[in-house]
Design a protein around this ligand. Structure first.
Ligand code: GUN
Ligand code: FE
Length: 459
């Protein structure tokens, strides 16, 4: 890793959401970053030693001072991305989930037997997500060993904090012949091999890229495969990701096949733990959410994807209030946006639709589900610190011993859509406007673990 690429201190106005539902804005603060990329200290003007620290930082050489109109935010944690679906972004969103998978998604994913194709697509994906401020990405790969290794290599080379999973799917009825693991044993061995490959990568000593055990979802996996992956994840102390109770079809398929909900079945297979991320979980029962809370499992809420494929709105507020570890996911490409700002906006809009209801022919009193709304504060927390909690890694806020994963938002960027009235907007208003209106055009600089990973020429 190039030392010249590293920042040791940043001076400017910081905006973050250290706890759910609350934001904190620190004006003209100083963040000091250690050689491991972690935050050594956050000091505000007026605090003891501030002036001395600032002058030492200024002379250190790797110091950045934000300009007027620039603000420092934590990088985004995207808890749910299908890397191979990147070429499909914004396509084929008219079908129900099972048809979308069979007609569009599996044929596309089968193409990653071609490692060169994988290299081209994955390079574009990792570069684009970093430019959009996604500093931690949780990826589903494909069944192919070569393509999955390429994805891990690229994340490391570009400096993106990432979890990379070999998708496991062996069910003969649910998976096509040309895109299926040949047996449970083969899928388990390939998963094991990718875990070792990622952990042993040269330059990955800090664990920037981590493996994640990835049964696609119960319908595409046999019972022996699910059981074997549960045991493997436990013995290798590895994260786990899968889809859970996503749509009517998927939820009912599992009830019919196993006589239990996804959550209960995953728990029985040893796949529900503190290091597990469940995508969606729209149809979980009260008993399921009790189990999820007790296990400390994380849920990736993917609001945009849910509008197309989940047949319902996830009860986000109720699950937050219950204590479920929650973050946001784009669910590329079932969700047709690479931007976690869009995930924030859709999470807010979905929660409002759930609260008020959507069918105007129904009486107002029974149209919606009361007390379901979240606002921009919760959305921002979910996309940053909430995702870090769900993964149990120290990212998503500006605090001592957290990794310096951050982005500079520039409201004076040429193509900015954020309209800022300096004499009318408080800094709280500015943050709200950023969450509602910022785009990639506003992101002038991104750091992961203190390393510069995306920078606009005049940022
Ligand atoms: N369930 C199983 N596979 C997928 C997928 O690729 N996307 C979504 N949204 N749901 C799934
Ligand atoms: Fe998904």
């Amino acid at each position: 890793m190039l030392e010249g690429n590293r920042v040791r201190a940043v001076h400017g106005t910081l905006m973050h959401a250290p706890v759910a539902g609350d934001v904190e804005i620190l004006e003209d603060a100083l963040i000091e970053i250690g050689s491991d990329g972690d935050i050594c200290d956050v000091t505000v003007p007026g605090a003891a030693g501030f002036a001395e620290k600032l002058s030492t930082a200024r002379s250190s050489g790797s110091f950045v001072s934000l300009k007027p109109g620039q603000f420092l935010l934590p990088g985004f944690v995207d808890l749910h991305i299908h890397a191979p679906q990147w070429p499909q972004l914004g396509k084929a969103l008219h079908l129900p989930l099972n048809e979308w998978l069979a007609k569009h998604t599996f044929p596309l994913e089968a193409r990653y037997a071609d490692v060169q194709f994988a290299r081209t697509v994955y390079r574009s994906l990792v570069e684009t997500l970093l430019a959009n401020g996604t500093t931690t990405a949780v990826y589903f790969g494909t069944i192919h060993a070569g393509a999955n290794r390429v994805l891990a290599d690229l994340c490391l080379a570009f400096g993106q904090r990432a979890f990379v999973g070999k998708v496991a799917m062996d069910d003969r009825d649910q998976c096509p012949d040309d895109y299926r693991d040949p047996s449970p044993q083969a899928a388990i061995e390939d998963t094991d091999a990718l875990i070792s490959y990622i952990r042993d990568l040269p330059d990955n000593g800090s664990g920037l890229v981590k493996p994640i055990v990835t049964p696609r979802f119960i319908p595409s996996c046999s019972d022996p495969l699910l059981e074997g992956l549960g045991a493997l994840a436990q013995s290798m102390e590895c994260h786990i990701q899968t889809h859970c109770s996503e749509s009517d079809w998927e939820h009912n398929y599992v009830l019919d096949r196993l006589g239990r909900t996804d959550t209960r079945a995953l728990q029985d297979f040893g796949l529900l733990g503190r290091r597990t991320i469940l995508a969606h979980s729209n149809f979980i029962t009260d008993d399921d959410s009790d189990r999820i809370v007790a296990a400390g499992t994380g849920v990736a809420h993917c609001p945009l994807s849910n509008f197309y494929f989940a047949n319902s709105v996830f009860p986000l507020r109720a699950m937050l209030d219950k204590g479920v570890h929650l973050g946001l996911g784009t669910d590329i490409a079932a969700g047709p946006s690479a931007s976690m700002f869009d995930s924030c906006r859709h999470a807010i809009a979905a929660s409002r639709a759930l609260e008020d209801g959507v069918d105007s022919s129904q009486p107002a009193e029974t149209r919606g589900r009361p007390k379901s709304r979240i606002d921009f504060r919760h959305a921002f927390w979910l996309a940053t610190a909430g995702g870090g909690v769900a993964l149990d890694i120290p990212v998503g806020k500006f605090a001592k011993n957290y990794q310096f994963d951050a982005m500079v938002i520039d409201l004076n960027a040429d193509a900015s859509n954020v309209i800022w009235w300096q004499d009318a907007d408080s800094l709280g208003d500015v943050l709200q406007k950023i969450v509602y209106g910022a785009t990639r055009a506003n992101i002038s600089q991104v750091w992961v673990g203190g390393r510069s990973v995306a920078e606009k020429p005049c940022g």
